[in-house]
Design a protein around this ligand. Structure first.
Ligand code: AMP
Ligand code: MG
Length: 424
């Protein structure tokens, strides 16, 4: 019965555990959810061959083998004079200098007689008869001879052929994302093109009657759609192909139509809003209707409901509407899942243990992610944990991950800081 009295309805008293997780409900621990995603998903993208200059940010579809050694030939590591070490005697040295020089890309073209030296520049292939180079600064030279002190070691200032990479070595593994360094390695070892996976097409859709387009006039009760630009940007930074699916009102029919359309042109769909079990939570309702739906109540803060399902065969991540929760769930759950779909394989972000510049009493039963940044080697957290505080996302440079159990964090305790970039 209601608590009606003659004076009208009285709200129930606040319970002292009103912000605690309800007892007896099945909250899915983060690691359990991640394990389910890891085993449940597979690569969905095809592959193509791209020239190196078009391959930045792409994921290798096959191991890459060096076509050529690096360096390809023994060469000089400095500007100086080259000779055969074996011909040196004891003590300080004077060697006759032969005419000509060896420069990078312009070989000497003939052998250096034993006991003689030749002018040689950085990167020049060692001429026959040269295995050691003395640094220019350590030498007195005129047109006919050079002199230098005792103590030069055999093969000094030279690089061996293949000392970095041998021809035939596997230089990069399938699943590696190509950054500038990987492109340099492929180029240096003779590759002009690589086999990569097609980019994962990730659709981003916002839901909610209250949303209006950024920059447009907003009426009473309306808010700007912040999640869409955020998630599209995130997807792009992760190296996937963002596809803007726009915005739909809280209408089941509209949402259904938009998802049908999206399933034909993207590989995975990220939505935000409507993911829990309220009367306007059409995202979870639709996925449930489609029969392939899990509402995972994640034991995570911020976050909680995450509607996971398949729509037209495409995985759908129904993220929470709160921007902070949407971003955290996208980073923590959707990112590793999309990595698998995209051929990168399963990988969790690298975190760093650093001293806390804050104190916190953390309850048991859920993992927590705090907006955080590093200053002077210590981790600071944003003043408010409110999940509507978009300013905190921008203030932060990453997240602090606090483990599932209860925890007292004191200043100076090591906490795990995960830079935003680790999620990319
Ligand atoms: P919901 O998950 O739909 O109940 O939304 C939770 C909260 O997030 C509500 O305050 C929404 O207004 C807000 N919200 C939902 N979608 C967005 C969005 N795209 N941009 C900014 N806030 C949003
Ligand atoms: Mg909503």
């Amino acid at each position: 019965m209601s608590k009606a009295t003659e004076a009208g309805l009285t709200p129930p008293p606040l319970r002292d555990d009103c912000f605690a997780l309800p007892a007896g409900v099945d909250w899915t621990p983060v690691d359990t959810a991640l394990e389910r995603l890891r085993v449940g998903l597979d690569r969905v993208v095809g592959q193509e061959t791209l020239p190196l200059e078009a391959a930045l940010g792409r994921v290798l579809a096959a191991d890459v083998v060096a076509l050529r050694a690096n360096p390809p030939e023994p060469n000089a590591a400095v500007d100086g004079y080259g000779f055969a070490f074996a011909a040196l005697g004891e003590g300080d040295q004077t060697l006759p200098l032969i005419a000509g020089r060896a420069a990078a890309g312009v070989p000497l073209g003939h052998a250096v007689p034993e006991g003689s030296a030749v002018r040689i520049l950085t990167g020049a292939a060692l001429p026959e008869g040269v295995d050691t180079v003395v640094l220019e600064e350590d030498v007195s030279a005129n047109a006919r001879e050079i002199a230098f002190r005792a103590g030069v070691t055999p093969r000094a200032n030279t690089r061996r052929a293949g000392e970095d990479v041998a021809a035939g070595d596997v230089i990069l593994r399938q699943g590696v994302r190509l950054g500038p360094a990987e492109l340099a390695l492929a180029a240096a070892t003779g590759l002009g093109a690589v086999a990569v996976f097609e980019r994962l097409r990730v659709g981003v859709l916002s839901t909610g009657d209250e949303l209006v387009e950024p920059g447009q006039a907003a009426g009473a009760g309306q808010i700007y759609d912040a999640n869409r630009v955020m998630l599209l940007g995130l997807v792009g930074e992760m190296g996937f192909a963002p596809v803007d699916l726009g915005r739909v009102a809280d209408s089941r029919a509209d949402l259904r139509q938009r998802l049908d359309d999206a399933a034909g042109r993207v590989d995975v769909i990220l939505t935000s809003g409507g993911a829990s079990n309220g009367e306007e939570d059409h995202m979870s309702a639709l996925l449930r209707e489609a029969g392939a739906m899990q509402t995972w109540r994640m034991a995570v803060k911020p976050g909680r409901p995450l509607a996971l399902g398949l729509w037209g065969g495409r995985p759908v991540f129904g993220l929470p509407g709160n921007p902070v929760a949407a971003l955290v769930c996208a980073l923590v759950f959707a990112r590793p899942a999309m990595g698998v779909l995209a051929g990168r394989g399963w990988a969790l972000p690298q975190g760093y243990l650093l001293p806390a510049a804050f104190e916190k009493h953390k309850k048991a039963g859920r993992r927590e992610y705090l907006r955080a940044r590093v200053r002077e080697g210590c981790v600071e957290v944003f003043a408010s944990e409110g999940s509507g505080r978009i300013s905190g996302l921008s203030w932060a440079e990453g997240l602090v991950e606090l483990p599932d159990g209860a925890l007292e964090v004191a200043r100076g305790d090591a906490v795990r800081f995960i830079p935003y970039a680790s999620f990319l």
